[in-house]
Ligand binder design. Structure first.
Ligand SMILES: [Zn+2]
Length: 205
C-alpha cells in the first residue's frame, strides 16, 4: 500500500491505482492528499441507471467555468446535479481532459504497458462488467492546467499539498470510481504518483 499517512477510518488508494464505491444520497465523499501533488480522476454513474453519468462537458457549459468552485454542482449527461462541491482547500481542477489510457502512454510517450486511469477504472468497476467505451470522461481533481490565450495547455504540477482535500456531497445514489493518476511522464503529479485517501461520511452524520 506504500507510504500512506491515512488514518484507520480512511480508505487508502495506493499511488497509481483505483477504487470504486457505491454511495447513498446525502453521503459526503472526502478525497484527501496524503503527500500532495496528486491528481485524482473521478467518474460517477447513477447507481440505478449506469447510462446516466457525471459529465464534465455538461458541467462546464452550465457553470460557465473550466472548473468548479465550492457550492457548484457537477452535472450528468442529462444535466442532473449528481455531486456538490462542499469543501475545497486547493481550488484548481480540470474538466477538459480525457483520463490517461494505454494509448496516451504508447502514442505520446512511447511507453507500453504503463499503468493508467482508464485501466484503473475498468479494474475497480470489474464487478459491473463495464467496458472501456462505457467509461465517461473524468473530473480531474487537483489537476492544474494553464490554458494559454493561444489555446496551448501547460501541464503544471498539482498545487495540492499534504492534507489538502475536497469534499463532495452525493445528491443521488451513485457508483463512483477514482484513480490516483499514474502519470509520471509529465509534471502533473510532481513527477511521482502518490497515495490518496478517501473518507465517506454517511448521510445525517
Ligand atoms: Zn491518469
Amino acid at each position: 500500500m506504500g507510504e500512506s499517512l491515512a488514518d484507520p477510518a480512511e480508505i487508502v488508494v495506493p499511488a497509481g491505482h483505483g477504487h470504486a464505491l457505491t454511495l447513498p444520497a446525502g453521503a459526503l465523499l472526502t478525497i484527501r492528499q496524503t503527500r500532495g501533488r496528486q491528481v485524482v480522476d473521478l467518474i460517477a454513474f447513477r447507481a440505478d441507471d449506469l447510462t446516466e453519468r457525471l459529465s464534465p462537458a455538461h458541467t462546464m457549459a452550465s457553470l460557465g467555468r473550466l472548473w468548479p468552485r465550492v457550492g457548484d454542482s457537477l452535472l450528468s449527461n442529462r444535466r442532473t446535479p449528481l455531486l456538490e462541491l462542499v469543501e475545497d482547500t486547493v481550488g484548481r481542477h480540470d474538466l477538459t481532459l480525457a483520463a490517461c489510457d494505454p494509448w496516451r502512454y504508447r502514442y505520446d510517450y512511447g511507453v507500453t504497458e504503463h499503468p493508467n486511469c482508464s485501466d484503473n477504472f475498468l479494474a475497480a468497476l470489474r464487478p459491473r462488467a463495464l467496458q472501456r467505451h462505457d467509461l465517461p470522461p473524468p473530473v480531474n481533481l487537483f489537476q492544474y492546467l494553464r490554458y494559454r490565450a493561444d489555446g496551448r495547455i501547460d501541464f503544471r504540477p498539482s498545487p495540492a499539498r499534504a492534507g489538502d482535500h475536497v469534499t463532495l456531497r452525493v445528491l443521488v445514489p451513485l457508483l463512483v470510481a477514482v484513480s490516483a493518476c499514474p502519470m509520471d511522464r509529465n509534471p502533473i503529479n510532481g513527477g511521482r504518483p502518490r497515495d490518496v485517501a478517501l473518507r465517506i461520511t454517511p448521510p445525517g452524520d
